[in-house]
Design a protein around this ligand. Structure first.
Ligand code: KIV
Ligand code: ZN
Length: 512
């Protein structure tokens, strides 16, 4: 019988550590629901002790999700572990994931601790965590660059203390597949009680090998849990991507011979949701979820696929949730049809108030755009102003004028804490003028480090989706806005980023 491969998603924790990818509690809950639909085994919902915002996000997800195990990260100390346990109280199935660095470099330079102290702290922490929950994962941070003898000692001790999963992170993305696979195998062979825990891989993508390394950890090393994120989101070059791991193991079942719980038909919706929420655009040639992943441009390929699909296709687009752009709704569609389409797209809004707000947005959009695609609906519900969270800044209206040879001018009305205010400005172009008009009222002083526009469904008739990345006092956030008018989309994206800058609490870094 095939072994089971556990899929542990850390989009909401390690993925969120990517600069600019911070998410609100409601956004995290929406993504957690999609991960549950995808039948992810474990959802790492956050790092409860890092901020009150993260604590609340973990708690909200633990209370709402019933099918997946909910996990919180915690450093190896009693305070962090207690906070994690507290946040996880309402979960059906909960896990504490505790970590401490074990490489000589990290112990000496970052922790300023001796190996003996690290060993003792790892031991005490797992013991403490096991008194609070039955399911405890331990990670030796920078594990792959740690001394093998020392690592064996630490892992043997934490398994004795009751750690149920041992995760071996390649924290800095330094591994290569064969060596990483051998590394896991050696650990499992040398540690006498290794069979008492499930072994897990956690690979970063600095050299573009996170997926290959994870697969080698599974195939050569015998790991039975993979830690990954939707779209490979994560710090620096990101984490191992969930969609690639899942489809590799599924498509090459002949080689891996492993079973998974995952229902891949929800992959594309999850990818879109994460991309629209964070503003991290998916590259067109990205495996599985990129816009071109199943497109055949060359005549020879098209001809082959028409004659027999498997000449050039190893997976079916519809199996991962791709559907042809469909006109799903229009101006005359009612609230029930809208609600049903949301359900089909895997979007569940929490309250009648949110559904009403989304439906009002849909009607507004349908008045201006005759054909509404699935992508439009997903963009519409990812707009955080329809959720119940109170936003500091809101968009009301915009008028702008630009003409060849003249300097563009914009007039904007926004709300600040519910009160309308009006701003005016010139600019180099209409977008520049509009954002300067906002800034004339808000005076955030934030620096813009990225601005990008993308056509949601591919043509000039589609909505423009704008991503704005702002930086202020060392904090980086992304805002996303969508509208058929790209100047309005830009203003919405800018306001969304300002709201995030305003609400993002300072956090303790997971690897700090
Ligand atoms: O990459 C890493 O080492 C981590 C740990 C905190 C598990 O994310
Ligand atoms: Zn990591």
């Amino acid at each position: 019988m095939a072994d089971k491969l556990i899929i542990f998603d850390t989009t909401l924790r390690d993925g969120e550590q990517s600069p600019g990818a911070s998410m609100t509690r409601d956004e995290k809950l929406r993504i957690a629901r999609q991960l549950e639909r995808l039948r992810v085994d474990v959802i790492e919902a956050g790092f409860a002790a890092s901020s009150n915002g993260d604590f609340e996000a973990v708690q909200t997800i633990a209370n709402a999700i019933r099918e997946s195990t909910i996990c919180s990260l915690s450093r190896a100390n009693d305070r962090d572990i207690s906070r994690a346990a507290e946040a996880l109280k309402g979960a059906n199935s909960s896990r504490i994931h505790t970590f401490i660095a074990t490489s000589a470099l990290h112990m000496e330079k970052k922790l300023r601790m001796t190996p003996e102290q690290v060993l003792e702290q790892a031991k005490q922490s797992v013991r403490f965590a096991r008194n609070l929950v039955a399911d405890v994962e331990f990670s030796p941070e920078d594990g792959y660059r740690s001394d093998m003898d020392f690592l064996c000692k630490v892992l043997e001790v934490v398994i004795q203390e009751g750690a149920t999963t041992i995760n071996v992170p390649d924290t800095v993305g330094y591994a290569v597949p064969e060596l990483y696979g051998e590394f896991i195998r050696t650990l499992r062979e040398r540690i006498p009680n290794s069979d008492k825990a499930i072994w897990s891989v956690h690979c970063h993508n600095d050299l573009g090998m996170a997926v290959a390394n994870s697969l080698a950890g599974v195939k050569i090393g015998g790991a039975r849990q993979v830690e990954c994120t939707i779209n490979g989101l994560g710090e620096r070059a990101g984490n191992c991507s969930l969609e690639e791991i899942v489809m590799a193991v599924k498509t090459r079942k002949d080689y891996f011979n492993l079973e998974m719980n995952i229902d891949p038909v929800h992959i594309v919706a999850a990818s879109r949701m994460v991309s629209q929420t964070t503003g991290f655009v998916v590259q067109p040639n990205k495996a599985v979820v990129g816009a071109n992943a199943f497109a055949h441009a060359s005549g020879i390929h098209q001809d082959g696929v028409l004659k027999a699909r498997d000449t050039y296709e190893i997976m079916r687009a519809e199996d991962v949730g791709w559907s042809a752009n469909k006109i799903v709704l229009g101006k005359l569609s009612g609230r029930n049809a809208f609600k049903q389409r949301l359900q089909e797209l895997g979007v569940s809004l929490d309250s009648e108030m949110e559904i009403n707000a989304a439906f009002a947005r849909f009607k507004e959009l349908a008045d201006r755009k005759s054909e509404i695609f699935d992508e439009d609906i997903l963009a519409l519900v990812s707009d955080e102003s329809i959720t119940s969270e109170k936003e500091q800044y809101g968009f009301v209206s915009l008028s702008q004028h630009s003409e060849t040879g003249e300097r563009p001018h914009a007039s904007i009305v926004i709300t600040v804490d519910g009160k309308e205010t009006h701003g005016d400005s010139d600019g180099n172009g209409p977008v520049d003028a509009s954002l300067k008009a906002i800034e004339s009222q808000v005076k955030s002083g934030a620096e813009m480090i990225l601005y990008s526009v993308n056509a949601i469904s591919g043509s000039t008739e589609s909505q423009g989706e704008v991503t704005v990345r702002l930086q202020n006092s060392g904090r980086v956030v992304n805002g996303v806005g969508a509208d058929p008018d790209i100047v309005v989309a830009s203003a919405k994206a800018y306001l969304s980023a300002l709201n995030k800058l305003h609400s993002k609490a300072d956090r303790v870094a997971a690897q700090g």
